[in-house]
Every structure is written in structure tokens, then in C-alpha cells.
Write a protein that binds this ligand. Structure first.
Ligand SMILES: O=C(O)c1ccc(O)c(O)c1
Ligand SMILES: [Mg+2]
Length: 601
């Protein structure tokens, strides 16, 4: 199928947008009228540019408030339309989107709307143009695609069809199954947008919060499948009104958009295969384990000292690079000073183990991931590495390739604390502008499953937190969104990232670690008073938690004890003990940490 995107999805001038859309590989574009009106180029120049770029103009939109009006007003509608048909001739586009009347409609009568649309279509036809009628979710009378179709059917004009926009249909909870009752050749256009499930007025929801397919709560593959079963053969076109995407770099956003369509098309293919031969989606695309984390800094001494206080032991220095491996239990952390351009320690990468790392890397690349140059720590094995959109390096290892690379580090000393088991999870931060792209990347290119997002109260407002994990449970990744106005704050307040270390008998480990000089984020007395009020914990347990300075959470399955270390650069560590299958992240305790870190930074 042809792919398309509306210019309204991107930032910049019309010319910027057309270049970005072409470079991202789209076949077609919807020109959003305000973009054209504001452009200094003539319609002929825009047409010539699109021809030169090999980009088809699939739709001109929107034309508003056309039907349901009294007769003398309709005469004005036809005059307005006439001018637009001439403009469309100059642009070389043959389909115009007409959306249902939101402002000037005074007549709630399908016969009147059908008659007026038929007359509009008659004029369009005279210019060799077509009208695609779209029910806006906030249309004055027509807000349901089924009603829009019945009006189009009644009008019965060959130059009149419907435009189906997933947002308007799914936001109102309308069943998309009736799309299959519309003949495919009367579906003139399909627009796709996802959105987070929010309870707010539908106009604001649509204008500010639409997302690319796969990023929100709508079932876009099912929606598109209905249109395809109806026989729709036109382009799949993204129409995403989003305040953030309209501010970000258009080239990057267009790539992000294209990736979402690739994922959607894959989901449609899998659906088709599944119904044909009952095949299940491929679980080999999921990572098995998070097998190491790499921290980079111009000078890693401070992080190294912190790790030793926690209970890690140096396993050695890399044979040829300024990099050190710290290990304990199954946990492996690489401290890398090689080719470092950043000023402060940060999480630069991590390793995921897959059943087939090369297959996983090709899949990620197809979904837009860039290949990373060989990682410093993998001189020997043939391990692929990719980059997340923000440049985090992800090393993909196989079932046994993880065993050899630590041998490149020699000259270790000491023994790790036996209380450390491995890496429990990592928590990265993303600017508001990048979070959707990051979530799409981790959930598709890396094969993780997105869980519902939470909003956690911090000293500078709500922090959105998005958990991604492997279904089998071996990999857990949390992404926290940096509050948008925090850019001027010290780095540690803006984007402290952390690695959570899984421990056994955390209270005893903490006693030993404190004897080695470890300091943890202080926990207020008020916190323990609240714990006592909230959870029916035995007094002795409360005393133990309080004296150890531990945070506590529990779910239906079990309990979670945890604490946070001091921050070095933009990195800190969390020490966690999961008891009896506790499956969360102690999210309820995040405000305590954020506030303490805010005060300390
Ligand atoms: O928000 C709007 O006005 C608007 C305009 C055109 C569309 O196709 C649409 O879905 C919404
Ligand atoms: Mg639309």
C-alpha cells in the first residue's frame, strides 16, 4: 500500500516538510491548507517540487462547513469551493477533504446534507476532482462515520466518497466493524492517528494529543484491517496533530512517523498469517536478559568507588582500552573512559541477550535503528550493536556469546559482596520531545512490551514513567520523562538515570555496604508514619525498615525493599530486593526519592 502523511504532523515550512517526508520514504503527502497559504512558493512551484521529489499529493485539506446550511449560504460554499478546485488544478491534486460542519450548520437533516454534498461533488467532477467527506468527532450534527456514509450513499454521486479517520471513529468509541459495509471504492481516503486514552473534550484531545500508530491506546491494526476488507486500496495516511511533534526536527519526526507505519504494516501481515495458518507472533524477537550496562565518563573513578562501596569488585581493565569491568553475581557494569565526549558519568549503553542476535539487529535496523560502531568491550565476538534514537548503544549478544567478552578484562582484584544477584532493571530519562519515539523504538525495534504509563509526583511536577519489559520477565526498562521546564536545572536534577541492582537480604547487604562507606538517599520520618497508616505492617517490620532507611512496597504477589545511592554525575544506583514475585518498581516511593535528590542536587 502507498504510505502518506499530512504536512500538519511536522514542524517547519512547507518546503522543509516536503523534503523531510520524501527523505523518510513516504510515497504521498496530504497538504494541510494553512501550510500552503503561508508558503511563499506558488502552487505551481510546490507541485514542481513534489514532482522533482517523486512525492504524490494525495489530498488537499480541509474544506470546512460545507453542508447543513441554508440555501443562500450554500451559494457562498460553492464559490469558496470553486476557488479551491482551481487551486487544486494548479497543485495537481484531485481529492479534497470536506469535514462535517462544526460552525455554520443550522439544518440537522441528512437529505439536505446529501443534496448539498452531491451538488458540491458535481462541481468537483467538472474539474476532474473528488470530495472525501469526513465526520469530525465534534461535528455539529454529523459526528459518526456511519452517518457520513449513509449521507454519501444517499447523495449517490461518483465524485463523492468518505474519508475515514481512525481518531474520530475510535475516540468516540464507535465500532469500526461497519467500515466493511462501505464499498471499497467509496472509501476515498483513510487517515490514521493513535491517541492516549484520556478523558477530556474530544476537540482538544484531537488537536493536541494525537500520536502515531502504536503509541497510544487505539487498535490501529484492527481499524486498518476493516478498511482493507472493505476493499480500500488508497494510501494509509498519518494525520497526527501533536504539539510536541510540531516542534521537533521534521526530518527526525518524519522518520519516527515512517517507522510507526512499518510497524503497523508488519502487524497487519502477522494478522493475515495468523488467520491463514494459525501462526503465533514470533517470541524469538524478545530479549532474554539484560546482561550488562555501560557507563561512560571522562573519569570513572567516582563511579568505580561507589560501585565498590555497594559491593562490586573490579574484574579488570580492558586489554586495549580505558575501560573497566565491575561485576557481582550476574551483574556486569562496564566503566568506559574511551572516546568519551560527555562531561559527566551517564548510562551510555546496555546489553541485551537474544536467541538470535543478528536477526534481532536486522529487525531493529528495518525499524529505523542505526548500527553502532563496534563497542569497545567486544573486540572478539561478532556481536551486533545498534543505537536508540537518543544514541544509547545497545549491544546484542547471543545465548553463549555473553560468556566470552568479560575475558577481555584482566587484572581484577577482590571478591564481590555475595548479597548482589544481578541487574534488576535500568531507568533512563527522555526529554518530552523524544519520549514517544523512544517508547516506539524500545517496544518495536527491541521487542519489549509496553506497559501502562504512570504519573509520579515529584518536586517539580508530575513525572511520566513508562515501563517496558520482556513478557518472560528477564528484561525490565523504565523511561522517565524529564519535566519540560527543567532544562536550566543542574544535570543531576534534570535527568538522573539509574541502574537497579537485585540483591538478596538487602538489610544485611546495606549494613556491609555502609561499613564500606555507602551513603543512601535519606528517607523522611513522615514516610514511615505514612507506611504505618497505609499498610498494616507489623511494628517490628516497620522498625527494621526505618532503622535501615529502606523504602517498602508490596503487591498481590509479594514485597519490595529498596533504597537509592548518592548520585555521581547523572547516574545513581538503586538496590532492590524482590520477595515472592513482587512485580512492580516501588513507584509509590518515587516522590520520596525525587524530592531528596532535588534537595541534594
Ligand atoms: O481538527 C481539525 O479541524 C481537523 C481537520 C481535518 C481533519 O482531517 C481532521 O481529522 C481534523
Ligand atoms: Mg482527519
Amino acid at each position: 500500500m502507498r504510505t502518506s502523511i499530512a504536512t500538519v504532523c511536522l514542524s517547519g515550512t512547507l518546503v522543509d516538510k516536503l523534503h523531510a517526508i520524501t527523505d523518510a520514504g513516504f510515497d504521498d503527502v496530504e497538504i494541510f491548507e494553512p501550510d500552503l497559504i503561508a508558503a511563499p512558493q506558488s502552487p505551481e512551484e510546490i507541485r514542481a517540487l513534489c514532482e522533482r521529489l517523486g512525492l504524490g499529493i494525495a489530498l488537499y485539506q480541509p474544506f470546512r462547513d460545507a453542508e447543513g446550511v441554508v440555501e443562500h449560504e450554500f451559494a457562498r460554499v460553492l464559490q469558496r469551493a470553486e476557488a479551491k478546485f482551481q487551486l487544486m488544478d494548479r497543485l495537481g491534486v484531485d481529492t479534497m477533504l470536506v469535514c462535517s460542519n462544526v460552525a455554520t450548520a443550522t439544518i440537522d437533516d441528512d437529505d439536505v446534507s446529501a443534496d448539498q454534498l452531491a451538488r458540491l461533488a458535481e462541481r468537483a467532477d467538472a474539474h476532474g476532482k473528488r470530495i472525501a467527506f469526513e465526520a469530525l468527532a465534534w461535528g455539529r450534527y454529523i459526528d459518526d462515520y456511519r452517518r457520513a456514509w449513509s449521507i454519501v450513499e444517499r447523495a449517490d454521486h461518483p465524485a463523492l466518497g468518505v474519508c475515514l479517520d481512525s481518531f474520530h471513529i475510535l475516540s468516540l468509541g464507535h465500532d469500526p466493524a461497519a467500515i466493511e459495509r462501505i464499498p471499497g471504492d467509496k472509501i476515498f481516503f483513510v487517515q490514521l492517528a493513535d491517541a492516549p486514552i484520556l478523558s477530556m473534550d474530544v476537540l482538544s484531545w484531537s488537536r493536541h494529543h494525537r500520536l502515531f500508530p502504536g503509541e497510544g491506546g487505539f487498535d490501529l491494526p484492527a481499524f486498518v484491517a476493516h478498511a482493507l476488507r472493505a476493499g480500500y486500496a488508497g494510501p494509509l495516511s498519518l494525520e497526527v496533530f501533536n504539539d510536541v511533534f510540531r516542534q521537533t526536527d521534521p526530518a527526525r519526526t518524519a522518520l519516527h512517523a515512517a517507522r510507526s507505519l512499518t510497524v503497523l504494516q508488519d502487524a497487519l501481515d502477522v494478522g493475515r498469517l495468523a488467520s491463514d495458518s494459525d501462526r503465533h507472533s514470533d517470541s524469538s524477537s524478545e530479549p532474554l536478559e539484560l546482561d550488562q550496562v555501560e557507563l561512560k565518563a571522562p573519569d570513572t573513578d567516582e563511579v568505580a568507588a561507589l560501585l565498590e562501596r555497594i559491593g562490586f569488585a573490579p574484574r579488570g581493565r580492558h586489554v586495549s582500552k580505558s575501560a573497566w569491568l565491575y561485576a557481582a553475581g550476574e551483574a556486569r557494569l562496564v566503566l568506559n573512559e574511551h572516546n568519551v565526549s560527555i562531561a559527566e558519568p551517564r548510562i551510555a549503553g546496555f546489553g541485551l541477550r537474544y536467541a538470535e542476535p543478528h536477526g534481532a539487529a536486522s529487525r531493529a535496523e528495518r525499524l529505523g535503528a542505526r548500527r553502532a560502531h563496534r563497542r569497545v568491550l567486544s573486540g572478539e565476538a561478532d556481536l551486533p550493536a545498534i543505537l536508540s534514537p537518543d544514541g544509547t548503544e545497545i549491544l546484542l549478544s547471543g545465548p553463549d556469546s555473553g560468556i566470552r567478552w568479560p575475558e577481555e578484562f584482566t587484572g581484577g582484584r577482590g571478591a564481590p559482596d555475595p548479597g548482589i544477584l544481578g541487574i534488576d532493571h535500568i531507568n533512563l530519562t527522555e526529554p518530552v520531545a523524544d519520549i514517544e519515539e523512544a517508547v516506539l523504538f524500545y517496544s518495536t525495534a527491541l521487542g519489549l512490551t509496553r506497559e501502562s504509563a504512570a504519573e509520579l509526583a515529584g518536586p517539580t511536577g508530575l513525572v511520566r514513567s513508562q515501563v517496558l519489559r520482556s513478557r518472560a520477565g528477564g528484561v525490565r526498562l523504565a523511561l522517565n520523562v524529564v519535566p519540560p521546564l527543567s532544562e536550566q536545572r543542574p544535570a543531576a536534577r534534570r535527568h538522573a538515570q539509574h541502574v537497579a541492582i537485585a540483591c538478596v537480604d538487602l538489610p544485611s547487604l546495606l549494613t556491609r555496604a555502609r561499613a564500606r562507606g555507602l551513603r543512601t538517599v535519606p528517607v523522611s520520618e513522615n514516610y514511615y508514619d505514612d507506611l504505618a497508616a497505609r499498610l498494616d505492617l507489623p511494628d517490628e517490620e516497620l522498625v527494621r525498615l526505618r532503622s535501615a532507611g529502606l523504602l517498602y512496597d508490596r503487591d498481590e504477589a509479594g514485597e519490595y525493599l529498596h533504597c537509592y545511592t548518592e548520585t555521581v554525575g547523572t547516574v545513581f544506583f538503586e538496590l532492590v530486593e524482590r520477595r515472592d514475585g513482587y512485580d512492580g518498581f516501588g513507584a509509590a516511593n518515587t516522590p520520596v526519592r525525587l524530592t531528596a535528590q532535588h534537595a541534594a542536587a
